[in-house]
Write a protein that binds this ligand. Sequence first.
Ligand code: CP
Length: 311
Amino acid sequence: MWKRKDLLGIKELSADEINQILDQAVPMKDIIKRDIKKVPTLRGKSVINLFYEPSTRTRTSFELAGKYLSADTVNIAVSTSSVVKGETLIDTGKTIDVMGADVVVIRHQASGAPHLLAKHIKAKVINAGDGAHEHPTQALLDLFTIKEAKGSIEGLTVTILGDILHSRVARSNIWGLKKLGAKVRVAGPSTLMPPGLGDWGVEVYHRVEDALEGADVVNVLRLQLERQQKGLFPTIREYARQWGLNSRRVSLAKPGAMVLHPGPMNRGVEISPEVADGLQSVITEQVTNGVAVRMAILYLMTGGGVSDVPR
Ligand code: CP
Protein backbone atom coordinates (compact mmCIF):
# COMPACT_ATOMS: atom_id res chain seq x y z
CA MET A 1 0.00 0.00 0.00
CA TRP A 2 1.08 3.58 -0.63
CA LYS A 3 2.08 5.22 2.69
CA ARG A 4 2.80 8.88 1.94
CA LYS A 5 0.22 11.62 2.37
CA ASP A 6 1.81 13.85 -0.30
CA LEU A 7 3.96 13.54 -3.43
CA LEU A 8 6.33 16.48 -3.22
CA GLY A 9 9.54 15.31 -4.87
CA ILE A 10 11.49 12.37 -6.22
CA LYS A 11 14.43 13.02 -3.90
CA GLU A 12 12.54 11.64 -0.89
CA LEU A 13 11.08 8.58 -2.67
CA SER A 14 12.68 5.15 -2.43
CA ALA A 15 13.35 3.02 -5.53
CA ASP A 16 10.52 0.72 -4.34
CA GLU A 17 8.06 3.62 -4.21
CA ILE A 18 9.09 4.78 -7.70
CA ASN A 19 8.70 1.24 -9.04
CA GLN A 20 5.31 0.91 -7.36
CA ILE A 21 4.06 3.94 -9.33
CA LEU A 22 5.64 2.71 -12.58
CA ASP A 23 4.10 -0.77 -12.14
CA GLN A 24 0.68 0.70 -11.39
CA ALA A 25 0.85 2.85 -14.53
CA VAL A 26 0.92 -0.26 -16.76
CA PRO A 27 -2.75 -1.25 -16.24
CA MET A 28 -3.69 2.44 -16.27
CA LYS A 29 -2.25 2.74 -19.78
CA ASP A 30 -4.47 -0.15 -20.84
CA ILE A 31 -7.50 1.84 -19.66
CA ILE A 32 -6.63 4.92 -21.74
CA LYS A 33 -6.28 2.76 -24.88
CA ARG A 34 -9.91 1.62 -24.59
CA ASP A 35 -12.83 3.12 -26.49
CA ILE A 36 -14.58 3.83 -23.18
CA LYS A 37 -11.89 5.31 -20.98
CA LYS A 38 -13.65 5.17 -17.66
CA VAL A 39 -13.44 3.02 -14.51
CA PRO A 40 -15.36 3.75 -11.29
CA THR A 41 -12.31 3.45 -8.98
CA LEU A 42 -12.19 7.02 -7.65
CA ARG A 43 -15.92 7.75 -7.66
CA GLY A 44 -16.69 10.19 -4.84
CA LYS A 45 -13.12 11.58 -4.70
CA SER A 46 -12.26 15.12 -5.72
CA VAL A 47 -9.09 16.40 -7.36
CA ILE A 48 -8.39 20.15 -7.53
CA ASN A 49 -5.84 21.56 -9.99
CA LEU A 50 -4.32 24.75 -8.56
CA PHE A 51 -1.86 26.11 -11.11
CA TYR A 52 -0.07 29.43 -10.47
CA GLU A 53 1.98 28.97 -13.67
CA PRO A 54 0.88 28.05 -17.20
CA SER A 55 0.59 24.39 -18.19
CA THR A 56 -0.89 22.34 -21.00
CA ARG A 57 0.36 18.78 -20.45
CA THR A 58 0.48 18.49 -16.65
CA ARG A 59 -2.82 20.20 -15.88
CA THR A 60 -4.77 18.51 -18.68
CA SER A 61 -3.34 15.08 -17.92
CA PHE A 62 -4.19 15.38 -14.23
CA GLU A 63 -7.70 16.44 -15.18
CA LEU A 64 -8.10 13.52 -17.61
CA ALA A 65 -6.46 11.10 -15.17
CA GLY A 66 -9.01 12.03 -12.52
CA LYS A 67 -11.91 11.85 -14.98
CA TYR A 68 -10.86 8.44 -16.39
CA LEU A 69 -10.92 7.16 -12.80
CA SER A 70 -14.34 8.83 -12.16
CA ALA A 71 -13.06 11.42 -9.65
CA ASP A 72 -14.59 14.90 -9.70
CA THR A 73 -11.93 17.23 -11.09
CA VAL A 74 -11.88 21.01 -10.79
CA ASN A 75 -9.43 23.47 -12.35
CA ILE A 76 -8.86 26.71 -10.49
CA ALA A 77 -7.79 29.44 -12.89
CA VAL A 78 -5.57 31.48 -10.61
CA SER A 79 -5.85 34.58 -12.82
CA THR A 80 -9.64 34.72 -12.22
CA SER A 81 -9.55 33.52 -8.61
CA SER A 82 -9.29 35.43 -5.33
CA VAL A 83 -5.51 35.05 -5.58
CA VAL A 84 -5.57 38.27 -7.64
CA LYS A 85 -7.22 39.99 -4.65
CA GLY A 86 -4.20 39.04 -2.56
CA GLU A 87 -5.33 35.80 -0.93
CA THR A 88 -2.38 33.85 0.42
CA LEU A 89 -1.47 30.36 -0.71
CA ILE A 90 -2.34 28.95 2.71
CA ASP A 91 -5.74 30.68 2.83
CA THR A 92 -6.53 29.49 -0.70
CA GLY A 93 -5.46 25.98 0.24
CA LYS A 94 -7.52 25.94 3.43
CA THR A 95 -10.55 27.19 1.49
CA ILE A 96 -10.26 24.31 -0.98
CA ASP A 97 -9.60 21.90 1.88
CA VAL A 98 -12.79 22.64 3.78
CA MET A 99 -14.81 22.22 0.59
CA GLY A 100 -13.82 18.54 0.77
CA ALA A 101 -10.92 18.23 -1.65
CA ASP A 102 -9.16 14.87 -1.47
CA VAL A 103 -6.17 15.86 -3.60
CA VAL A 104 -4.72 19.26 -4.51
CA VAL A 105 -2.35 19.33 -7.49
CA ILE A 106 -0.28 22.50 -7.31
CA ARG A 107 2.16 24.20 -9.67
CA HIS A 108 3.86 27.30 -8.31
CA GLN A 109 6.72 29.56 -9.32
CA ALA A 110 8.21 29.39 -5.80
CA SER A 111 10.32 26.40 -4.80
CA GLY A 112 8.79 24.81 -1.71
CA ALA A 113 5.24 26.14 -2.20
CA PRO A 114 3.72 22.59 -2.38
CA HIS A 115 5.58 21.64 0.84
CA LEU A 116 4.16 24.70 2.61
CA LEU A 117 0.65 23.91 1.41
CA ALA A 118 0.98 20.25 2.45
CA LYS A 119 1.77 21.29 6.02
CA HIS A 120 -1.42 23.33 6.30
CA ILE A 121 -4.13 21.22 4.68
CA LYS A 122 -5.63 17.79 5.21
CA ALA A 123 -5.96 17.08 1.48
CA LYS A 124 -3.12 15.19 -0.19
CA VAL A 125 -0.80 17.48 -2.15
CA ILE A 126 0.91 16.63 -5.44
CA ASN A 127 3.73 18.84 -6.69
CA ALA A 128 3.13 19.63 -10.37
CA GLY A 129 6.31 21.74 -10.54
CA ASP A 130 7.73 24.22 -8.02
CA GLY A 131 10.16 26.87 -9.27
CA ALA A 132 13.46 25.29 -10.27
CA HIS A 133 13.14 22.67 -7.53
CA GLU A 134 11.24 19.52 -8.63
CA HIS A 135 8.68 18.25 -11.14
CA PRO A 136 8.20 14.72 -9.78
CA THR A 137 5.36 13.56 -12.02
CA GLN A 138 7.33 14.59 -15.14
CA ALA A 139 10.28 12.49 -13.98
CA LEU A 140 7.98 9.55 -13.24
CA LEU A 141 6.48 9.68 -16.73
CA ASP A 142 9.98 9.96 -18.22
CA LEU A 143 11.11 6.92 -16.21
CA PHE A 144 7.99 5.01 -17.28
CA THR A 145 8.64 5.87 -20.95
CA ILE A 146 12.26 4.72 -20.75
CA LYS A 147 11.41 1.54 -18.84
CA GLU A 148 8.58 0.70 -21.25
CA ALA A 149 10.97 0.88 -24.23
CA LYS A 150 14.16 -0.50 -22.71
CA GLY A 151 12.73 -2.97 -20.18
CA SER A 152 14.82 -1.59 -17.31
CA ILE A 153 16.51 1.64 -16.24
CA GLU A 154 19.41 -0.07 -14.49
CA GLY A 155 22.72 0.28 -16.33
CA LEU A 156 21.48 2.76 -18.95
CA THR A 157 23.45 5.88 -19.79
CA VAL A 158 21.12 8.89 -19.86
CA THR A 159 22.25 12.32 -21.08
CA ILE A 160 20.31 15.34 -19.85
CA LEU A 161 21.03 18.23 -22.16
CA GLY A 162 20.51 21.98 -21.86
CA ASP A 163 19.33 24.45 -19.24
CA ILE A 164 20.02 22.48 -16.05
CA LEU A 165 20.14 25.63 -13.90
CA HIS A 166 16.45 26.49 -14.24
CA SER A 167 15.12 22.98 -14.75
CA ARG A 168 13.00 21.23 -12.14
CA VAL A 169 12.63 18.43 -14.71
CA ALA A 170 16.40 17.87 -14.65
CA ARG A 171 16.54 17.69 -10.86
CA SER A 172 13.66 15.21 -10.55
CA ASN A 173 15.03 13.11 -13.42
CA ILE A 174 18.50 12.98 -11.89
CA TRP A 175 17.19 11.73 -8.52
CA GLY A 176 14.88 9.19 -10.14
CA LEU A 177 17.36 7.85 -12.70
CA LYS A 178 20.08 7.42 -10.10
CA LYS A 179 17.76 5.64 -7.66
CA LEU A 180 16.87 3.17 -10.42
CA GLY A 181 20.53 2.55 -11.31
CA ALA A 182 21.16 4.66 -14.43
CA LYS A 183 24.39 6.50 -15.17
CA VAL A 184 23.48 10.18 -15.62
CA ARG A 185 25.39 12.68 -17.74
CA VAL A 186 24.51 16.36 -17.85
CA ALA A 187 25.65 18.85 -20.48
CA GLY A 188 24.99 22.49 -21.19
CA PRO A 189 26.60 25.93 -21.14
CA SER A 190 28.55 26.45 -17.90
CA THR A 191 26.37 29.50 -17.19
CA LEU A 192 23.30 27.21 -17.17
CA MET A 193 24.80 24.68 -14.76
CA PRO A 194 23.89 25.03 -11.07
CA PRO A 195 26.73 25.41 -8.55
CA GLY A 196 27.67 22.16 -6.80
CA LEU A 197 26.44 19.98 -9.68
CA GLY A 198 29.47 17.74 -9.22
CA ASP A 199 28.05 16.64 -5.84
CA TRP A 200 24.82 15.33 -7.41
CA GLY A 201 26.46 12.10 -8.55
CA VAL A 202 26.29 12.97 -12.25
CA GLU A 203 28.99 13.27 -14.92
CA VAL A 204 29.27 16.87 -16.13
CA TYR A 205 30.17 17.52 -19.79
CA HIS A 206 31.09 20.79 -21.46
CA ARG A 207 30.86 19.56 -25.08
CA VAL A 208 27.55 18.25 -26.35
CA GLU A 209 29.27 15.68 -28.60
CA ASP A 210 31.14 14.12 -25.65
CA ALA A 211 27.94 13.92 -23.61
CA LEU A 212 26.05 12.14 -26.39
CA GLU A 213 28.72 9.58 -27.30
CA GLY A 214 27.27 6.11 -26.61
CA ALA A 215 24.18 7.35 -24.69
CA ASP A 216 21.09 5.10 -24.49
CA VAL A 217 18.72 7.98 -23.82
CA VAL A 218 18.89 11.73 -24.47
CA ASN A 219 16.54 13.98 -22.51
CA VAL A 220 16.58 17.48 -23.99
CA LEU A 221 15.46 20.30 -21.71
CA ARG A 222 13.42 23.30 -22.73
CA LEU A 223 15.44 26.50 -22.73
CA GLN A 224 13.42 28.35 -20.07
CA LEU A 225 13.27 31.72 -21.75
CA GLU A 226 10.94 33.09 -19.04
CA ARG A 227 13.49 32.37 -16.30
CA GLN A 228 16.65 33.66 -18.02
CA GLN A 229 18.54 36.56 -16.54
CA LYS A 230 20.33 38.63 -19.11
CA GLY A 231 23.69 37.49 -20.30
CA LEU A 232 23.71 33.74 -19.55
CA PHE A 233 24.34 32.99 -23.24
CA PRO A 234 25.01 35.31 -26.18
CA THR A 235 21.94 34.74 -28.37
CA ILE A 236 19.31 32.06 -28.95
CA ARG A 237 20.88 31.36 -32.34
CA GLU A 238 24.23 30.81 -30.70
CA TYR A 239 22.64 28.48 -28.12
CA ALA A 240 20.98 26.45 -30.88
CA ARG A 241 24.26 26.17 -32.78
CA GLN A 242 26.32 25.10 -29.77
CA TRP A 243 23.83 23.02 -27.78
CA GLY A 244 20.82 22.21 -29.96
CA LEU A 245 20.12 18.51 -30.61
CA ASN A 246 20.18 17.85 -34.35
CA SER A 247 20.36 14.64 -36.42
CA ARG A 248 24.14 14.73 -36.68
CA ARG A 249 24.46 14.91 -32.91
CA VAL A 250 21.83 12.21 -32.27
CA SER A 251 23.89 9.85 -34.46
CA LEU A 252 26.67 9.98 -31.84
CA ALA A 253 24.42 8.24 -29.32
CA LYS A 254 23.85 4.46 -29.42
CA PRO A 255 21.86 3.20 -32.42
CA GLY A 256 18.21 3.25 -31.39
CA ALA A 257 18.82 5.75 -28.58
CA MET A 258 15.61 7.38 -27.36
CA VAL A 259 15.06 11.15 -27.52
CA LEU A 260 12.85 12.69 -24.83
CA HIS A 261 11.69 16.26 -24.27
CA PRO A 262 9.29 17.30 -21.49
CA GLY A 263 7.61 19.93 -23.65
CA PRO A 264 6.71 22.55 -24.55
CA MET A 265 9.48 22.61 -27.16
CA ASN A 266 11.33 25.56 -28.62
CA ARG A 267 11.67 23.97 -32.05
CA GLY A 268 14.90 24.95 -33.75
CA VAL A 269 16.44 26.07 -30.45
CA GLU A 270 17.17 23.16 -28.08
CA ILE A 271 15.88 20.54 -30.55
CA SER A 272 15.63 20.51 -34.35
CA PRO A 273 12.26 19.69 -35.92
CA GLU A 274 13.69 16.60 -37.68
CA VAL A 275 14.81 15.16 -34.33
CA ALA A 276 11.60 16.16 -32.52
CA ASP A 277 9.50 14.41 -35.16
CA GLY A 278 12.02 11.70 -36.02
CA LEU A 279 11.96 7.94 -35.45
CA GLN A 280 13.98 8.11 -32.24
CA SER A 281 11.70 10.69 -30.62
CA VAL A 282 9.26 9.44 -27.95
CA ILE A 283 7.89 12.88 -27.14
CA THR A 284 4.27 12.09 -28.00
CA GLU A 285 4.52 8.78 -26.10
CA GLN A 286 5.69 10.75 -23.07
CA VAL A 287 2.49 12.80 -23.19
CA THR A 288 0.29 9.68 -23.34
CA ASN A 289 2.29 8.10 -20.54
CA GLY A 290 1.80 11.24 -18.48
CA VAL A 291 -1.90 10.45 -18.22
CA ALA A 292 -1.24 6.82 -17.22
CA VAL A 293 1.36 7.75 -14.61
CA ARG A 294 -0.88 10.45 -13.11
CA MET A 295 -3.77 7.97 -12.97
CA ALA A 296 -1.48 5.60 -11.07
CA ILE A 297 -0.45 8.35 -8.65
CA LEU A 298 -4.04 9.45 -7.95
CA TYR A 299 -5.07 5.82 -7.52
CA LEU A 300 -2.28 4.92 -5.09
CA MET A 301 -2.57 8.15 -3.08
CA THR A 302 -6.31 7.90 -2.58
CA GLY A 303 -6.35 4.42 -1.15
CA GLY A 304 -5.64 1.98 -3.98
CA GLY A 305 -3.05 -0.75 -3.75
CA VAL A 306 -1.19 -2.90 -6.26
CA SER A 307 -3.36 -5.91 -5.40
CA ASP A 308 -6.47 -3.92 -6.30
CA VAL A 309 -5.67 -3.05 -9.91
CA PRO A 310 -8.70 -1.66 -11.76
CA ARG A 311 -9.48 -3.59 -14.95
N1 CP B 1 6.24 19.25 -19.21
C1 CP B 1 5.36 20.10 -18.67
O1 CP B 1 5.34 20.30 -17.44
O2 CP B 1 4.53 20.70 -19.57
P1 CP B 1 3.39 21.74 -19.21
O3 CP B 1 4.07 23.00 -18.73
O4 CP B 1 2.63 21.95 -20.48
O5 CP B 1 2.56 21.16 -18.10
